[in-house]
Design a protein around this ligand. Structure first.
Ligand SMILES: NC(=O)c1ccc[n+]([C@@H]2O[C@H](COP(=O)([O-])OP(=O)(O)OC[C@H]3O[C@@H](n4cnc5c(N)ncnc54)[C@H](O)[C@@H]3O)[C@@H](O)[C@H]2O)c1
Length: 329
């Protein structure tokens, strides 16, 4: 297939692009290389993907532009005639969405509609949407299952992801686009976004700088290793490619929540350094826990996370040291 990956220069998108090239697909990345974190990191990701494309013999095309620009998106679809879209580009992160909610509305809602509209115009039939575990808000029932109510988001980010799922359903219903909305649970691994906990903790502890630590450490997250997420996305791509009309929502998680205190202890042990904690109150918009029920995604998509948190953190720290060394050379 010829597959568009929006946000393909980012953390999850770059791993996905590498994997799909290896699986024999041609890839078109749409990304605006914005400065939510260093664009140089995203350009390095793309350079690494390009190396992979050469080895696979498949083509990689990088289209630099903004998904908020409907004409730009339509022109790429008209020119490239993709078979499928995997829509990962987003304004990501819970806390910044409270600071700048309208950006989240523009990118996550308008941007998603631009892509669905372009898909419709191009007669495209396969679409995956990156949703988030944050749609579950502070639901007291765990683990979180796809059939649970998700009508009480507690951040603009979560609300825009839920809106994205609803818009996807409307386009599926009207134009017979097969769509899976994938609720990712805190994804980590090499190239992880620098604003996320594991990446931030490792960097600051290693540099012996104060680590902002929100709440008493009892909040927990269902951390999911990026290779497991990529395998889940491939499973979903296979599922939407099956016959008939298909729309559904799936959890992709690790199904093994870890408290912030335990996460910190694991990282300290692996780095052989103690954190200097800067204790701060819980942040508005942060949920207390996430925990994925994987019954549906395992039975329908064949999804099963294979990476234990200790192994995943070890791999992240190995990658962190390698990258640090390479950047110093
Ligand atoms: N990382 C996680 O833990 C996690 C959890 C749940 C959901 N998600 C979702 O997964 C997706 C990928 O997340 P990530 O962690 O890889 O983030 P990321 O920020 O590393 O990647 C997103 C990419 O999208 C691009 N982008 C952003 N706005 C754009 C725009 N207007 N036009 C074109 N490109 C744009 C960015 O430049 C970036 O390269 C996002 O939709 C995010 O909401 C991530």
């Amino acid at each position: 297939m010829r597959i568009v990956i929006t946000g393909g220069a980012g953390f999850i998108g770059s791993h996905l692009a590498e994997r799909l090239l290896t699986s024999g697909h041609d890839i078109v990345i749409i990304d605006n290389f914005n400065d939510f974190y260093s664009p140089a990191v995203k350009r390095r990701n793309v350079a690494e993907i390009a190396g992979n494309a050469d080895a696979s013999g498949k083509t990689l095309l990088v289209c630099e532009g903004d998904i908020r620009d409907g004409e730009f998106v339509q022109a790429i679809f008209a020119q490239e005639r993709p078979d499928a879209v995997i829509h990962l580009a987003a304004a990501a992160g819970v806390r910044p969405s409270i600071e700048n909610p309208l950006l989240y509305e523009e990118v996550n809602i308008r941007g998603t509609m631009n892509l669905l509209q372009a898909a419709k115009e191009a007669g495209l039939r396969l679409f995956l949407f990156a949703s988030s575990s944050s749609v579950y808000g502070n639901n007291p029932k765990v683990p979180f299952a796809e059939a649970d109510p998700v009508d009480h988001p507690i951040s603009p980010y979560a609300a825009t992801k839920k809106a994205g799922e609803l818009i996807c359903h409307a386009y599926h219903h009207l134009y017979h686009i097969n769509i899976a909305c994938l609720r990712f649970f805190t994804v980590y691994g090499p190239r992880q976004r620098p604003d996320l906990a594991i990446s931030k903790f490792v960097r600051l502890i290693d540099q012996e700088k104060p680590v902002p630590f929100y709440g008493d450490g009892s909040t927990s997250r269902d951390y999911t290793y990026v290779a497991d997420i990529v395998a889940g996305i491939e499973g979903a791509l296979h599922w939407i490619s099956g016959g008939g009309k298909r729309y559904d929502v799936f959890n992709l998680g690790g199904s093994s929540p870890v408290s912030l205190n335990r996460l910190l202890t694991m990282i300290e042990a692996r780095l052989g350094k103690k954190a200097i904690l800067e204790r701060l109150p819980m942040q508005a918009g942060d949920v207390e826990r996430t925990f994925a029920d994987l019954e549906k995604s395992s039975s329908i998509l064949g999804y099963g996370p294979a990476t234990a948190i200790e192994d995943g953190i070890s791999r992240f720290i190995d990658w962190y040291h390698e990258t640090k060394q390479r950047c110093h050379e």
